[in-house]
Design a protein around this ligand. Structure first.
Ligand SMILES: *Cc1c(COP(=O)(O)O)cnc(C)c1O
Length: 550
């Protein structure tokens, strides 16, 4: 902790009223104004080094070493540091050991570079400190939120001008809500679907009031299931658990050869439930628009048809892919989303917002009434208080950030980002296919693809092998790809992630694949080639050090 020792100005700081008043500083006079500017500069330029460096998940400082430094559990009695020192400390001590997700070589996760103006917008959000749970702590910001929600609703559902003029500032209806992320957006959608299915009726005050056993009794139901492809995000299982349905009630439907929900299997599952399990209800079916692992998009139009025929709530999890709708060139990939009942979209993914922001939208502006809550001191009936129909209580004014970002970027600006990701992923897939040492496992539909290292000798052996031999070779390849991903991560220059897909045409056993997500506009095909070069070098070295497995 050399740095810390230098910075630590073992202090004469005391917690007293004067000190407190200085903490609540406002830019009133020239001196305090200068101080505030100085701190902002320190932050903006101090992080420059961090943002320039490599990905930086190295072993140079292991997590174990780092955790040794963070073991003191006592809150200091007197102040330990001045703001300037805390900022320096964060920049010098914390940032170097954080992950530079903004690096163009960081292509493994759905978290990436953000436009720098987001930092400024986030600062305004913090400075205003509005709480959109209610009008009395947000006023115009609640109105802005309704407007931006209507803009995104329009992007998804394309209703008439009249429809939006009726609802954009209507205090009785709600087109969507901001959430903490995709997880709580999915949870909200399923909560709404659950309450709508088990609505109040003669002799029953609704599932929200009376709970699951009473609801199931009132409706003659024994079980309630949710149908989603195998590639569905685990937040759906979490939601089913929280909603009291049990996470085993999320029924995984097989995918087809292109990793989209297999429509025949989907139909068969519905038919089987309807004919053999009369006491089981289908709460919702979920189509994925940008599966977390493969980026694939379920056949949304066909799912919409089937859900409409069977009266099933159709939810689209577009946490990842939603903003593709901004691209004229690529929005056809999400065709059918406009026929859904609800949609999840993350702000902190392809809207390039800072952590954290999610959203959920509903086609029916009244459906959110089924989760309305009122407290006398805060949310009153008929007010615009956004907290009435939201899982969160107090929450930040993320609408200000999103609305400003949409204005700064324009739909076209976002489309450039989206198209760049999709085109770069396609070029990367071609490059992988060109190289003998790699196998493209899931081709990109959006900007995510998976592949694995599989040298020519292994490819030849696999082509000829019996099943048991195929299994053995694939297990070795799995081992090799695990090692490759770890070694590349530890080298600290670039980062791809890794996941395990179910057995497929490449492998009779579950298959370990490398996963890339191309969303950083600075990531180009040159960089992606370098990443493959590095993987070839790493593997060559690794295989030389170990018994040749193949
Ligand atoms: C990321 C993601 C989620 C979860 O969103 P969080 O913001 O991480 O809570 C859900 N579904 C899909 C398809 C996702 O990609």
């Amino acid at each position: 902790m050399a740095d810390l020792d230098i910075i630590e100005s073992k202090t004469d700081l005391v917690a007293d009223w004067d000190h407190l008043m200085r903490v609540f500083i406002r830019p009133e006079d020239d001196a305090s104004r200068q101080t505030l500017i100085k701190y902002m500069e320190q932050i903006l330029f101090g992080l420059h080094e961090f943002l320039k460096k490599n990905v930086g998940i190295t072993e140079a400082k292991s997590l174990k070493d780092l955790s040794e430094r963070f073991k003191n559990t006592t809150i200091c009695e007197e102040p330990e540091k001045k703001l300037a020192d805390v900022i320096t400390c964060l920049i010098r001590e914390i940032a170097p050991h954080a992950v530079n997700v903004a690096s163009p070589y960081f292509v493994g996760h759905m978290t990436s570079a953000i436009p720098f103006f987001m930092v400024h917008l986030k600062t305004i959000e913090a400075a205003l400190n509005q709480n959109v749970v209610k009008l009395e702590t947000s006023k115009v910001v609640s109105v802005v939120e309704k407007q931006v929600i209507a803009k995104i609703h329009d992007l998804i559902y394309r209703q008439s001008r009249d429809f939006y003029q009726t609802h954009v500032q209507n205090t009785d209806t709600t087109l969507g809500v901001f959430t903490e992320g995709g997880t709580t957006a999915n949870l909200t959608a399923l909560w709404v679907a659950r309450n709508a299915m088990f609505a109040p009726k003669e002799g029953f005050r609704g599932i929200e009031a009376e709970g699951i056993p009473a609801a199931f009794r009132a409706y003659g139901v024994e079980r309630c299931v949710i149908l989603a492809s195998r590639l569905a995000h685990y937040s759906l299982r979490k939601s089913a658990g929280l909603l009291g349905l049990g996470n085993e009630s999320v029924i995984p439907i097989d995918t087809d050869a292109d990793y989209r929900m297999d429509i025949e299997a989907f139909k068969a599952a519905i038919a089987r439930i309807q004919s053999e399990l009369p006491e089981t209800r289908i709460l919702a079916a979920v189509g994925i628009a940008g599966a977390t692992e493969t980026g694939t998009v379920d056949p949304l139009s066909e799912m919409a048809d089937i859900c409409a025929e069977n009266g099933i709530h159709f939810h689209v999890d577009a946490a990842w892919g939603g903003p593709t709708l901004l691209s004229r060139k690529n929005r056809h990939l999400l065709k059918g989303i406009e026929r859904s009942d609800s949609v999840t979209i993350d702000g902190h993914k392809q809207f390039y917002m800072p952590m954290s922001c999610g959203m959920v939208y509903f086609r029916d502006p009244e459906i959110l009434d089924v989760i309305a809550y009122h407290a006398n001191y805060v949310n009153r009936w008929g007010s615009v208080d956004l907290g009435i129909k939201s899982l969160a209580g107090s929450r930040e004014a993320n609408s200000l950030v999103l609305d400003a970002a949409l204005k700064i970027m324009g739909a076209k600006g976002y489309a450039l980002l989206i198209d760049h990701g999709i085109e770069s992923a396609a070029a990367f897939a071609e490059e992988i296919a060109r190289r003998d040492n790699f196998q493209l496992v899931t081709a990109p539909v959006l900007n995510i693809l998976t592949y694995r290292y599989c040298p020519p000798a292994a490819q030849r052996a696999l082509a000829l092998a019996e099943v048991s031999e195929k299994i053995r070779i694939n297990e070795e390849l799995n081992e090799l790809n695990r090692a490759l991903q770890r070694l590349q991560r530890e080298a600290g220059k670039s980062f791809v992630s890794r996941t395990t897909l179910k057995a497929n045409r490449f492998s009779p056993v579950d298959i370990v694949v490398l996963r890339t997500v191309v969303m950083n506009p600075m990531t180009d095909i040159e960089i992606l080639r370098e990443i493959l070069d590095e993987q070839e070098e790493i593997t060559a070295r690794h295989l030389a050090d170990h018994l040749p497995v193949l």
